[in-house]
Write a protein that binds this ligand. Structure first.
Ligand code: IPE
Ligand code: IPE
Ligand code: MG
Length: 255
């Protein structure tokens, strides 16, 4: 971290910084429609918001940032919009990879890759390979991602091991399922932020979000900036995470 960045972090960092933040970047289309612009313009401005988000996450000291950029269900959109979204992903990786790498960001991709165009899967692989030795922010890009599909694939892999006699049914534990998910090795999200006002997960990190805190922001994704992220983190810091237990205060009151 540079001196300048260090000073900025001290000035901005909230008291309680979540280790892992998941972001459901929603509302690009509505942002554009409200301005009489084509939906594509919303997606294009959404990429700019993503750059602001990554920069802010680095400065705040978040360790893992998972961004939901294309869901398994987004294939149901018109072909033209799908092709525009694919084009924007390609442009984002080509344009931003060097800078991400220079900033010590490690890129990880979660999602189904086999059905993607070869050009796209190659680019995603290149991003992971180039940055795999970095130890700054881990940017997890959920692309062609669906949590139910991820859980089903993990179950199928484990079932095959049971069928082969390598595992017994008793070996199918919470830990083993977690280790077979695409997020293996990544801590569960502490905070999940969704823009656009919708209050749902839309098949994002269903397993991993078991104890995440949710913050739903009433802004469209192209409007997202560092202040919005800091606001969500402040809200997170006010939450009382009990994980099924009792709070420190309640606990001491009992004793
Ligand atoms: C988020 O914005 C981007 C993707 C889901 C790819 P939307 O495109 O979903 O925008 P709205 O929700 O229709 O406004
Ligand atoms: C969720 O947004 C997926 C992404 C942000 C990539 P959607 O716009 O696809 O979700 P729904 O359809 O409103 O649930
Ligand atoms: Mg949407």
């Amino acid at each position: 971290m540079s001196m300048r960045e260090g000073a900025a972090t001290q000035a901005k960092a909230p008291a309680c910084v979540p280790v892992h933040v998941g972001v459901i970047m929603d509302g690009n289309g509505r942002w554009a429609t409200a301005r009489n612009l084509p939906r594509f313009e919303g997606h294009r401005r959404g990429v700019e918001a993503l750059r602001r988000c990554v920069r802010a996450a680095r400065e705040i000291g978040i360790r893992y940032l998972t961004i939901y950029s294309f869901s398994s269900e987004n294939w149901s959109r018109p072909a033209q919009e799908i092709s525009e979204l694919m084009g924007l992903l390609k442009r984002f990786v080509r344009h931003d990879l060097a800078e991400l790498h220079a900033n010590n960001v490690r890129v990880r991709i979660i999602g189904e890759r086999l059905s993607l165009a070869r050009e796209i899967s190659n680019l995603l692989e290149e991003a992971e390979n180039l940055t795999k030795g970095n130890n700054g922010l881990t940017l997890v890009i959920a692309f062609n991602y669906g949590a139910r599909q991820e859980i089903a694939a993990a179950a199928a892999r484990i079932a095959a091991q049971v069928a082969a006699g390598e595992l017994t049914p008793e070996d199918v534990t919470v830990e083993r399922i977690g280790a077979n998910l695409l997020t293996a090795g990544i801590p569960d999200p502490d905070l999940i932020v969704r823009t656009s006002g919708e209050q749902r997960l839309s098949n994002f990190l269903l397993w991993q979000a078991a104890y995440a805190e949710f913050v739903f922001l009433p802004i469209y994704w192209p409007e997202f900036d560092e202040a919005a992220l800091l606001g969500a983190i402040e809200e997170f810091a006010r939450r009382d995470r009990r994980f099924g237990g009792v709070t420190a205060r309640a606990g001491s009151a009992r004793s």
